[in-house]
Design a protein around this ligand. Structure first.
Ligand code: PLP
Length: 508
């Protein structure tokens, strides 16, 4: 096995093209051989051949490698990734907060981590107790009447909520045609509405970054099934008129879906039920400090009002006396229930639920309230210290995230994208860029409550130094960034359309 690949032209001056521990290496499929193996398997018993035509005739196509080759390959790959354990991750709206080690310890408890969803319910009482207890916390924290625990992510929770809205409208005789979505909504909101067969009608934002109530009134009619409102919205602002919005929507016979991905800004302070909300998903992987990013599992439990709770999907956990029961069919759900179906084969992302419950119980209700306070305080600290260096489109204070536009880069030849690329060289994951669309060249920064003042100060000073460099006319510095990453700046369109994934295709 040839593990060292001498680069045709080694731009960094090493013979391998490696830079210390940043190793240039082929895909594992290109490294492996048909005969290599990390395990010794015993000779098969002399069994009669019952497979007949199903027997494989060609090679299996899996890369054969020894265990250390596999371990090194994946360890190196993991170290090329930015992660919340490696550094500050100011990605707006995504709430990349630190995942406490305690959560991980709890999730690895053998009796819980090794369960199988087909196990008899009598042997999984503890797991059902976890799901039931977390459901209770989510209902208590939001004041809502019901919750579906099975959605696997925020967008999946939105789907669950809008499917319940559709079921409720159908039960009234007409599913209706339109979902209203404010301009400041997260992109998943219109996508969800469209996936459920609704047409999306946008509601413009006011000059101060909130829903335009007059425009909303003009769009409400008998065709409208509901509204999807992100609150706090993606400008990092609380929709102050949320109660009036709920009343207007209900007055038109429509339902109010609140995108609760940013629940971390209000947890312990606002009872969502008091706002007139009918359905809201909660991103456990944001608010409740469970891992996410890189396509990892999250969870998007969806809470429901009295009006929608009976349409919630199966399955759910019910407590009878000291026993936890799994309600899996319409018949078991009872005469009043009209579940619209299921969101997943089993019960949802159980490992994520365990971590979330661990976080909730470790902090307690008062600790969760402090977490939202600290999240908002940290964002306002960033806003206050950077608003004169960068440019802030809206009057503060903000909620959990600080929004800037690219006004400060005017005539510098440096763009929001260039700033982000330069930040990578400084050891930071970039902030959210060019979103929300309601401001020009947006830079959206969410520090979360888990960052120390030292971390925030260093980040602020980095941003100030970069802004000063941009204003000094050194645009070359930015256009050449990133310099220190495994790959330099890519042609983003080409990289998305025609990704070069194989070592053998690599152009030096
Ligand atoms: C993250 C986010 C979502 C989507 O959540 P996923 O878990 O990524 O599917 C929806 N809305 C808002 C406001 C978000 O920040």
């Amino acid at each position: 096995m040839n593990e060292i690949h001498v680069a045709a032209s080694a731009p960094v001056g090493t013979v391998t093209g490696n830079r210390g521990l940043i190793v240039e290496e082929p895909l594992i499929f290109e490294q492996g051989t048909d005969t290599g193996s990390g395990v010794d398997l015993p000779e098969p018993f002399d069994v009669p051949d019952r497979l007949g035509d199903f027997r494989r005739t060609g090679p299996i196509g899996l890369p054969g490698l020894a265990e250390p080759q596999v371990v090194r390959h994946y360890t190196r790959l993991s170290q090329k990734n930015y992660s919340i354990d490696a550094g500050f991750y100011p990605l707006g709206s995504c709430t990349m907060k630190y995942n406490p080690r305690l959560n991980e310890k709890i999730a690895r408890t053998p009796g819980l981590g090794d369960l199988h969803p087909f196990q008899p319910v009598s042997t999984a009482q503890g797991a059902l107790a976890v799901i039931h207890t977390l459901a209770g916390w989510l209902m208590e924290l939001t004041g809502m009447a019901g919750v579906a625990m099975s959605p696997a992510a925020g967008a999946h929770g939105e789907l669950c909520g809008v499917m319940a809205i559709r079921a409720a409208q159908e039960a009234k005789g007409n599913p209706r045609k339109v979902i209203l979505v404010p301009e400041s909504a997260h992109g998943t909101n219109p996508a969800t509405a469209a996936l459920c067969g609704y047409s999306v009608v946008a509601i413009p934002a006011t000059a101060e970054g909130r829903v335009d109530i007059a425009a909303l009134k003009a769009k409400l009619n008998d065709d409208v099934a509901g509204i999807m409102l992100t609150n706090p919205n993606t400008c990092g602002l609380f929709e102050r008129d949320v109660r009036e919005i709920a009343e207007l929507v209900h007055g038109a016979g429509a339902f109010f879906y609140m995108d609760g991905a940013n629940f971390n800004a209000i947890i312990g302070r606002v009872k969502v039920a008091d706002l007139g909300v009918d359905a809201m998903h909660i991103n456990l992987h944001k608010t409740f400090s469970t891992p996410h990013g890189g396509g990892g599992p999250g969870a998007g439990p969806t809470v429901f009002s009295e009006a929608l709770a009976k349409f919630a999907p199966l399955p759910f956990v019910k407590k009878s006396g000291e026993t936890f029961e799994l309600v899996e069919t319409r018949a078991q759900a009872g005469a009043d229930a009209q579940p619209f179906g299921r969101m997943k084969g089993f019960h949802g992302q159980f490992g994520v639920m365990l971590r979330a419950l661990s976080y909730a119980m470790a902090l307690g209700k008062d600790g969760l309230k402090q977490a939202s306070g600290d999240a908002v305080l940290n964002a306002n600290y960033i806003l206050a210290r950077l608003k004169d260096t960068l440019s802030a489109p809206f009057e503060g204070p903000c909620m959990h995230e600080a929004l800037f536009d690219d006004g400060f880069l005017k005539d510098t030849g440096v763009t929001t994208l260039d700033m982000a690329k330069a930040l990578i060289d400084e050891g930071y994951h970039p902030m959210t860029m060019y979103f929300p669309l309601v401001v020009h060249g947006a830079l959206l920064i969410e520090p979360t409550e888990t960052e120390s003042k030292q971390t925030l100060d260093l980040f602020i000073e980095t941003m100030q130094a970069l802004a000063a460099k941009a204003k000094s006319g050194d645009s070359e510095f930015f256009h050449a960034a990133p310099r220190l990453t495994p790959r330099r700046r890519l042609d983003e369109t080409l990289a998305a359309r025609k990704p070069v994934l194989r070592w053998s295709q690599k152009a030096d």
